[in-house]
Design a binder for this molecule. Sequence first.
Ligand SMILES: *Cc1c(COP(=O)(O)O)cnc(C)c1O
Length: 469
Amino acid sequence: MAQDRPDLAIDLRQEAGRVIAALESWRDTFGAFTPAPENGVDADTWSQTLDTFIDRLTGEQYPFFHPRYAGQMLKPPHPVAVVGYLATMLINPNNHALDGGPATAAMEKESVARLASMFGFDSGSGHLGHLTSSGTIANLEALWVGREERPGAVIAVSRDAHYTHKRMGQVLGVEVVEVDVDNVGRMDLDHLGDVLSAHDVGTVVATLGTTGLGAIDPLADILPLARAAGSRVHVDAAYGGFFALVADDSDSGVASRHFDAIAQADSVVVDPHKHGLQPYGCGAVLFADPAVGAHYRHDSPYTYFSSDELHLGEISLECSRAGASAAAFWLTTEVFPLTSDGLGRVLRPGLRAARRMHELLGQSQVWQSVQEPELDIVGYLTRDRSASGIDRDCVALFHALAELPREEQWHLATYSMSIEDLTRRGIALDADQDRVRILRSVFMKPEHEFVIENLVEVLEATHQRTLRA
Ligand SMILES: *Cc1c(COP(=O)(O)O)cnc(C)c1O
């Protein structure tokens, strides 16, 4: 049985060599041709330039790959994705049109079908969706479709949602109304009710996993309110979407209710370049009603000539897009299927890490957790009484840990909160300034699970040493 064998750790050098060799053999089957001398480079210049390049690339670079990088939403792609991307990049297909890359267009459609099935978008009348360059573009498309479906109506979005929604509202010329959040950063249902009565809301945006603290908007309760008001519901699950795979109410998973409700929404966005193990350049948008494809209709004299089938470029706002992104995601989801035991297994350690951190901070005399984590993101701060004291100590610690010798460094992130938002979380403090920078860690890598105890020890020791000095 597969479980009895140790899993293969992908050796990138070996596998990269393997796909380059395979691509070279493929090229050879078309026969030799004369390479253009113009593409050659001077050997000495190249060697020196490459050295300089590697120095610049690594010189001031934070170690995203290391478990002691526990700051922002940053980590390298899985080696499987790198192999898929590299092999495809050597061909460089463009998923705008089938002619640009028949194989990678097919892989994109299969990958999107896998996402649709993860979200329960695969029943009923089908779905429409495609990969994008980012969550930003994916959300823009969903808000644009919302505007076309409900011209003149406003967008309602929580004030802890990603700033992209406000900005894209501006781009689209659609007013964006902010909905308040509750004590843990989830969309406030009472206030949503008020917004729905006071405005003609075309689209309610629910965030499943806010970028700041990973809060889950109560989608299952938002849906009936929005439907009663005749509003569309768009789910921004750019960060949190893949946690649908572990939405099983278990100790190492997340609560299922709001993730299950994604199936009832009109559209959903997820970023494979966040929790789908991909390199940047891979977002996705899915619509429950394939008929919204009509809004994308356009005529291009350039691109479509070899097929009667719907091209991805006919259902996308972007034109050229890396076929390599689709190929890498397809290959990754072949070996890490979008199931609880597949990619879900890679997500659970981060959840356990965040919960353990919250628990340890609860026992600390010096540190406290800002709230119980819903996903793999933890916010934390000192137990000082004054806003200025907390801000000063958190920022000092952030710098102190990043400036240690390389083998001891920790890289965390800071996160700015208002006094009001801290007070609502039961953190009483003297408001001697308006905002407080606290610390924040996104535990995106499964390796984080093994370093939490050490992180909390280091936080306590450094607090004693640095801040009492
Ligand atoms: C990251 C993120 C975005 C923006 O996506 P990009 O891929 O960075 O463009 C939007 N919404 C949420 C909730 C996010 O976490």
